[in-house]
Design a protein around this ligand. Structure first.
Ligand code: VGL
Ligand code: ZN
Length: 201
């Protein structure tokens, strides 16, 4: 069983959103078209309470600065994907009807969660692993936003958990902050993730 895991295709990560990723909306049509080729489609949704600890505003710090959290370094983001807001909603053109499962993450105020599998302590599970295993899903293709954060962390965790993982880079877009895309691409490859449709520089 091969699932398509669609990461965080939400308004706040698209142009005019609070944490806009360049070209974030360009991948929506391609993701919708890809859905038909998979046995299962799973969406993730970044879903933060107001005042979340990953927000620069919560610490009166500058957005994109980095702080040390009990679980390691954490980038401080502009407020984004606040539960129930328009910014947290899926891009209106995304075919959410096709989804078997929607995984929300980042709802714990004290800890961020880039990965669809674990919070940023790398220990607290979201439940997605159990869902996939009980459905007999062994192979995953990841697409979505952002390549260098939530797609990257999800892909690396999935590979470590023993899933066969491909990231289709033509259906992802990156934040690429301070070299983060290169670090992410190298880290995914080291973890055994297959990168498909990489642009050759
Ligand atoms: C993401 C930063 C903060 C992502 C989520 O979806 O890549 N990035 N929250
Ligand atoms: Zn977030």
């Amino acid at each position: 069983m091969h699932a398509l895991l669609v990461i965080d295709v939400q308004n706040d990560f698209c142009p005019n959103g609070a944490l806009a990723v360049d070209g974030g909306d360009e991948i929506v049509a391609g993701i919708n078209a890809a859905m038909d080729r998979y046995d299962a489609v799973i969406l993730t949704q970044d879903w933060h309470p107001a005042g979340h600890s990953s927000f620069a505003s919560s610490l009166s710090a500058a957005p994109m600065s980095v702080v040390e959290m009990p679980y390691g370094p954490q980038v401080l983001w502009p407020d984004h994907c606040i539960q129930g807001t328009e910014g947290a909603a899926f891009h209106p053109a995304l075919n959410t009807d096709r989804a078997d499962m929607i995984v929300r993450k980042g709802y714990n105020s004290a800890i961020d969660s880039y990965s669809a599998f674990f919070e940023n302590d790398h220990k607290t599970p979201t439940g997605l692993e159990g869902y996939l295993r009980t459905r007999g899903i062994t192979t995953l293709t990841l697409v979505g936003l952002a390549t260098d954060f939530c797609v990257n962390y999800s892909a690396v965790d999935a590979a470590r958990l023993g899933f066969d993982v491909t990231v289709d880079l033509s259906l992802c877009r990156a934040i690429d902050f301070d070299g983060s895309l290169k670090v992410a691409a190298d880290g995914m490859q080291t973890a055994g993730v297959t990168l498909k449709n990489a642009k050759v520089a």
